[in-house]
Design a protein around this ligand. Structure first.
Ligand SMILES: Nc1ncnc2c1ncn2[C@@H]1O[C@H](COP(=O)(O)OP(=O)(O)OP(=O)(O)O)[C@@H](O)[C@H]1O
Length: 593
């Protein structure tokens, strides 16, 4: 329950909605109680007047009495209708305040969670699955919304109604009040128990449903593999198995649901019988009128729904508390990638790795050992090495997605940690190994948030990345949509678009992480020749396991298991007769073949 305290700041922000909501709840309940009293007056009037009416049988006064009597009943009827109308208006206002408040809080909470996610380091996203991140921002926030919305509304309504109705009932007959209230706690507890069962089963169904959708999603994403390996039958059998579990769980819920409503009707009926039985005796003893009994029955029915809601509210609050706990768990995570001095300046581009070592926090793998390298401003360095040798790790460190666990990285002679993180990253052009493009147009994928980027720059970047001819061939050109609802680019086209995105930003430092692996050597040549002009004015780190990518580099560094094994120019390394030469010759032969 403590977790829900973190919502108080939002409740405080929207306090006027809440205060008005409470006032409207009180007024709407008053308009709900008054009709019950009007019914009592009307009923007692009917009973009393009827006796007198028959006394005047055959007398002309009788018809005058009838007119007065009919008019009074009509008046009561009209008043009851008016009260119902007023109650309806205020109920509308209750929802317009409390439920609206809950929607505002939901909106703010979602934004806060999303914004917070963005500040968290890459390591966080490795530890938690996308599904988990999505569940906390959608399902958990919705659960919390039910607490600050409907649960709070019913809670307030119950308190107000209890206070008004019960104090009035006691003033009429404490004995009858006691009998009437007897079954209500049983009703509330039963609703709580059954509701908890329903909720547990619903959660299981929800879980099964997401397993089912994940299965379907994966099956159809990999439909080409399934078809080519003729695995349709097995895939269908697996689906059936999952669907069977879903069906069994749904039937379980239906059973509880089917039991729930008859039980409630039974308990309410019990309350009504008690009122009639005990109330009837009170009438016989002359302590109450039939109007009182009718009024009491109306009260019992008025109390039934809020009491039922009490069980529901309690279980919803519990659910919201556990959801908020999960949200807080993420909100309390803090990024370590902060700037110490918030330095903000245009970079020259000199990079110094000083005895850098790095261990991945979640796997404990030491990816870099005592990495020492200086790259002068405007220089280009190729990092070559076998898979898993730590090349991408260098790119991650340079983009400050992680901080080194040993040593430090200096940019223009100043520790990287001193730079404002966003200001620094803005001057880096990073082309990741696993290309990611958004479901948007080609132009927007290159522009990527830089709204004021002139179109000429986008076009130039696309030409430099050797993608211009492809785009020209698409009927919609730069407006061609990518992703799920658009076209699918080939692996090489994706890589080139990713390069265009990085160079269009005119970065001071360019990090190309194995971004030409999916293009043939011919295209690689074209791109590298285009890049020559771009790389002239900036520091570049070309990561690759293909020796051909290194031909533009001023310096080549060969990595093996996180260690630098060789470094120098192409000629120097060839003369060394070591790892580079071996790699070079191997790749040359395979290319010739
Ligand atoms: N996010 C991560 N969490 C944990 N360990 C990682 C992570 N990324 C990489 N590693 C590990 O660190 C080591 C170096 O990986 P890295 O990606 O830097 O190699 P690489 O030289 O770029 O390889 P490749 O050419 O295959 O991309 C590997 O052993 C890898 O398993």
């Amino acid at each position: 329950m403590k977790a829900l305290k973190s919502l108080n700041k939002y409740l405080w922000k929207y306090k006027w909605y809440l205060i008005l909501g409470i006032i409207f709840t009180i007024v709407s309940n008053l308009f709900g109680i008054i009709p019950a009293q009007l019914v009592r007056y009307a009923l007692d009037l009917v009973i009393e007047t009827l006796d007198i009416y028959y006394l005047y049988n055959g007398v002309s006064l009788q018809s005058d009495m009838y007119d007065i009597f009919a008019f009074s009943i009509l008046l009561y009827g009209f008043l009851i209708l008016l009260m119902a109308l007023l109650k309806g208006i205020f109920l509308f206002l209750v929802r317009q305040t409390i439920i609206v408040m809950s929607r505002h809080i939901e909106f703010e909470l979602k934004n806060d969670v999303y914004q917070h996610y963005q500040t968290l380091p890459a390591a966080f996203f490795r530890r938690h699955s996308t599904g988990d991140l999505m569940a906390r921002i959608s399902e958990d926030v919705s659960n919390v919304r039910i607490y600050v919305g409907p649960a709070l509304m019913y809670g307030i309504n119950l308190i107000v109604l209890f206070f008004l109705v019960i104090s009035y009932m006691i003033s009429v007959s404490p004995k009858l009040t006691l009998y009437v209230l007897l079954p209500l706690p049983v009703l509330s507890v039963s609703v709580y128990v059954v509701n908890s069962m329903i909720m547990k089963r619903s959660q299981e169904i929800q879980k099964q449903l997401s397993a089912l959708s994940t299965y379907v999603q994966e099956a159809f994403s990999g439909i080409r593999v399934i078809k080519s390996f003729v695995q349709e039958d097995r895939s269908y059998a697996n689906f059936q198995k999952e669907a069977e579990v879903f069906k069994t769980k749904s039937l379980g819920l239906t059973k509880v649901d089917a039991f729930f409503y008859p039980m409630i009707v039974l308990l309410i009926g019990l309350s009504n019988i008690l009122v009639i039985y005990v109330g009837g005796q009170e009438i016989i003893n002359g302590r109450l009128t039939p109007g009182n009994i009718t009024e009491f029955i109306l009260y019992v029915n008025m109390l039934t729904w809020p009491v039922m809601a009490l069980g529901w509210t309690t279980s919803q609050i519990q659910r919201a508390a556990s959801s908020q706990l999960r949200i807080n768990e993420f909100l309390n995570e803090k990024t370590t990638l902060v700037s110490e001095k918030n330095l903000s300046k245009p970079l020259d581009g000199k990079i110094t790795f000083r005895h850098v070592g790095f261990v991945y926090p979640d796997s404990g793998i030491k990816a870099l050992h005592d990495f020492d390298l200086t790259v002068e401003a405007g220089e280009s360095v190729a990092i070559l090495g076998t898979t898993g040798s730590g090349k991408s790790t260098l790119a991650h460190l340079l983009c400050r997605l992680y901080d080194p666990t040993e040593g430090q990285i200096l940019i223009d002679g100043i520790p990287m940690k001193d730079y404002d993180v966003h200001g620094y990253r803005r001057q880096i052009g990073y082309v990741p190994q696993d290309v990611f493009l958004f479901s948007d147009s080609i132009e927007n994928n290159v522009r990527f948030g830089t709204e004021d980027m002139p179109f000429e720059r986008i076009e130039q970047a696309v030409k430099d990345a050797d993608l211009y001819n492809n785009i020209k061939d698409f009927p919609q050109g730069y407006e061609t949509m990518l992703g799920e609802r658009g076209i699918t680019l080939s692996g090489g086209q994706k890589q080139r678009l990713s390069i265009a995105r990085a160079i269009a930003r005119d970065p001071k430092i360019l990090v190309l992480d194995d971004c030409l692996s999916a293009v043939d050597t011919n295209t690689e040549n074209i791109i590298l020749n285009n890049m020559k002009r771009i790389m002239d004015q900036r520091t570049s780190l070309i990561i690759s396991h293909r020796v051909s990518s290194a031909k533009l580099a001023d310096k080549i560094v060969v990595l093996d298991e996180g260690h630098i094994v060789e470094q120098g120019t192409h000629t120097e390394l060839m003369a060394l007769n070591g790892a580079y030469k071996e790699l070079y010759e191997k790749q040359l032969i395979s290319e010739e073949v």
